[in-house]
Design a protein around this ligand. Sequence first.
Ligand code: FAD
Ligand code: DLZ
Ligand code: SF4
Length: 508
Amino acid sequence: VTRLVLVLGDQLSEDLSALKAADRDGDIVVMAEVMTEAEYVEHHPKKIALIFAAMRKFAARMRDDGWDVRYSELDDTENAGSIPGELLRRAEETGAEEVLVTRPGEWRLIAALEDMPLRLRMLGDDRFIASLEEFEDWAKGRKALRMEYFYREMRRKTGFLMDGDKPEGGQWNFDHDNRKPAPDEVDFGGPMQFTPDETVEAVLDLVEARFGDSFGTLRPFHFATDQGQARRALAHFIKHALPKFGDLQDAMLRDNRFLYHALISPYLNIGLLSPMEVCEAAEAAYRDGHAPINAVEGFIRQIIGWREYVRGIYFHEGPDYPRRNGLNHQRKLPWLYWGGETHMLCLSKAVEQTRDEAYAHHIQRLMITGNFALLAGVNPAEVHDWYLRVYVDAFEWVEAPNTVGMSQFADGGVIASKPYVSSGAYINRMSDYCKSCHYSVTKKTGEGACPFNLLYWDFLTRHRERFENNPRMAQMYRTWDRMDEDRRKTVLKEADAFLDRLSAGEVV
Ligand code: FAD
Ligand code: DLZ
Ligand code: SF4
């Protein structure tokens, strides 16, 4: 009997488990551009364009390889508008009764598939290094699920940077070498860019017509849209940027949007690159003497550590995870996140780049937009919605743990052992933003004082009960308690006034 094999827009890998289990001669591959997926949040137009273009090219390649692919473009008149709708339509068309699918990366879509009146065989997504069962085994009985310990298991499992059963270079983690401040010059010209071909141009026209009003700039569009291009982008990064990736991982520059980052997350997340091939290429650069251990270890840790770990957490914690609000924050997301005017240069630059590129690097996401939302007490569901919309690499399994857990501490400390908050001093140390900002980062109170300086103490005061006994935060409370009482009152009063202006929609 004929079966349908569903391939989703972020499952564009030839060795997908559903394809491996399928029969090229009898089964039918179903791929569909559908409104429910394009609309469950108002995605950045670049994100939709990347996915549709890569889907079309993948479908063409599968056909060349001999598969019967039934592909629906968004504007096809018969298009049923949703993934289950398309599967039902194709089932009727072909007489198929069973659907093979690799587990989607989102609870919402899993539930929608399970509700379909068709037999469903859901297979694990073995493009990840750790299966969900392995993650559960690791998590079982542990009081705290810390990434570092999970990461060591992944090092042992993959053998990356191992010297027998010991970590290469004598330590598991070289992060203390990876916190160098922003340099004056960057000798990497940025990620490899690709000129849109005919397929991509057609998709850009479609996206412009249908989603052109959403937040985000569609053109110019330079992403890789097939496996060959993604591999070239990876090779370019390994050759030109990886050696300095570690040193400058946490740095930020107002006029350089990428520094030494790879911009491969969209390719990994939609299946054009596999985590194993990426890490193999990075390790080879170390073994050849091209890149130092701190860079290669730091890079591999992001992929076999963080990336695998956040996926494990997403499925371990369950469907309610993205809605958690452990600190009970209720403020609406300020307008400045949608490009509204602000005098805060770090924020305006991070948002501007997000609008243009559908990309910001990790420390901008964590310590600029994330830090500000957390300090200001924004409702984490709104913050989650924003990150899921605006970044080209955003899929819920990876975005929600990073946003709700790591960045907003809304999961009650499952991922982070303390909230990632900082005053302006940290931003000033790691970037060149403050030099040309309207605010003064060294001013703690009064006219022109950096808002991060005010909000930082206000946050700690509001959540004193929750955090003062956290050993990693005790020092901050001691510093605050040692401050002159009048000074403390002024800080809190000015923070309040700032938050009132933010709520009132004034330009801050
Ligand atoms: P590089 O800095 O060059 O790192 C290499 C690779 O490591 C990345 O491509 C990515 O696959 C992986 N990686 C690094 N950090 C993480 C991490 N914390 N979690 C998972 N993988 C990681 N990443 C996403 O892929 N999708 C998201 O939706 C997403 N949302 C985020 C939201 C917030 C609030 C924060 C703080 C981080 C988020 N991240 C997300 C993680 C990280 O910021 C991006 O993976 C990274 O910026 C991608 O750019 P890059 O390829 O240049 O990364
Ligand atoms: C993100 C996305 C978008 C915008 N469009 C489609 C689509 O039209 N068809 C499709 O199969 N997948 C799309 N995707 C990816 C899915 O939303 C993704 O598979 C789920 O969110 C699970 O990660
Ligand atoms: Fe951001 Fe404050 Fe620096 Fe301005 S002074 S760029 S608001 S940290």
